[in-house]
Design a protein around this ligand. Structure first.
Ligand code: ZN
Length: 420
């Protein structure tokens, strides 16, 4: 057999690149015919046919007979023999859904903007519809989902199953969130705060992999944190842990939405940043501020650097309390990279009581805008692998909530069966 060296442009690397293009196209668009694959990848039908055959043989792709425009055609999908889970992320402005197998191979994903004042519960019809379509595109159905993880933009109390602080998320005050979603999807549903979900996502798949003590700092319109302590996400007694945005860093500072003055969110959150730039005659969205800063526009650079310093002060306080190994920074503002991280790092290194050499690494998240959706996937994967009997022996506050969710899921399934 001829040996191929892995040099750029060699037959081997070309073939690998072509395989990657085909898998990417199937992942992105769901089920496709080989003709459609040829059209999307620019590869010849013969090449597509060979690669599909090879990847189907390797268990990466599935081919099932189907029809396209009345003609018989092979429908090519990603194989998902291990079972599927879904991760749903409601942010204040976006809905993101990922369907993945339990080994975290994403087989379908989608996202859409949400109206600024949407009611979260009203969006559930849309989630159900989108999930149905996504599952169909990979040759599966809702019944094939082992579990669904949901990340929400509000502190969530695992004990009560409700939003921890009222008035933050329209439509879900006083409602058992998992229960409501479960009734629609008829699958077990597990819910957590988006910062916690992002922390879990980065822990399993991103910048926090292999670490036991990590803080995920989420900086966007709001500022929050997901705490990973001893390898597990820590939610606190009532789900309110990680409210980093409400660390007071300036006693007589601006009024915060929480009613206190001088919270870091009121000083360095996305809204504060935009307001500050508006008063200097520049407006628009956080995204525009980041783009302008990246191109060197001095007001925007300065605004982001000052935000980094302010967030760094709050983070340093947190580091002195928790002694984490690594800080992972995510959320929209994290896209400005070192413009934000540099000042944060300087502030943490300056203020850490144990000395600079004990300062945690501060790095950008690796999952970007998908962190919470992938964290929701991880939430689902984690919870299906925990059996109820394990949970009675588990530590309170960490796994008891998990166990009660599993039990609640089973109870509600039982109720539905009984009602039918
Ligand atoms: Zn506050």
């Amino acid at each position: 057999m001829e040996a191929h060296r892995r040099t750029p442009g060699s037959q081997t690397s070309l073939r690998e690149a072509n395989r990657g293009r085909i898998v990417d196209a199937v992942r992105k668009y769901g089920g496709l015919s080989q003709i459609e694959l040829a059209g999307l990848t620019g590869l010849s039908p013969a090449t597509v046919s060979n690669i599909v055959k090879e990847l189907a043989g390797a268990g990466v792709l599935n081919t099932t007979p189907g029809t396209r425009s009345g003609r018989r055609a092979q429908n090519v999908t990603l194989a998902h023999g291990l079972g599927l889970v879904a991760g749903v992320h409601f942010s204040t402005r976006h809905l993101r859904i990922a369907v993945s197998d339990v080994a975290y191979t994403v087989v379908a994903e989608t996202h859409m903007p949400l109206a600024k004042d949407h009611r979260a519960d009203n969006e559930l019809d849309r989630v159900t519809m989108l999930l149905d379509d996504m599952l169909e595109s990979v040759g599966a159905a809702m019944i094939d989902l082992l579990a669904v993880g949901v990340a929400i933009p509000a502190a969530f109390d695992q004990r009560t199953g409700m939003i921890a602080r009222r008035g933050v998320l329209r439509g879900w005050d006083g409602v058992e969130v998992a229960d409501v979603i479960q009734r629609r999807l008829k699958r077990p549903v597990f819910v957590d705060t988006d910062a916690n979900a992002s922390a879990l996502g980065e822990l399993r798949l991103g910048a926090a992999r292999g670490k036991d003590d990590v803080v995920f700092v989420d900086v966007g319109d709001r500022i929050g944190a997901g705490l990973v302590l001893n390898g597990r996400v820590y939610s606190g007694h009532g789900g309110m842990a990680g409210e980093l945005g409400h660390t007071v860093i300036q006693e007589d500072g601006p009024l915060c939405e929480c009613g206190n003055r001088g919270c870091v969110q009121a000083i360095a959150g996305g809204e504060a940043l935009i307001q500050r730039l508006q008063s200097s005659g520049r407006g628009a969205k956080l995204q525009d501020v980041i783009v302008r800063a990246m191109t060197g526009e001095s007001d925007s650079v300065r605004a982001i650097a000052d935000a980094g310093t302010a967030i760094g002060i709050a983070t340093a306080n947190l580091c002195n309390l928790l002694d984490p190994e690594r800080i992972v920074v995510g959320g929209e503002l994290a896209r400005s990279g070192e413009l934000l991280l540099g000042p944060m790092r300087r502030e943490v290194e300056r203020a850490i009581v144990a000395g600079t050499r004990f300062a945690p690494e501060i790095v950008q998240g690796q999952l970007g805008v998908n962190a919470s959706a992938m964290g929701a996937v991880a939430l689902a994967v984690d919870r299906i692998s925990i059996q109820p009997e394990d949970a009675t022996a588990a530590e309170p506050g960490v796994s008891a909530g998990v166990a009660s969710s599993v039990l609640a899921a089973e109870r509600s399934t039982a109720r539905e069966v009984a009602a039918e």
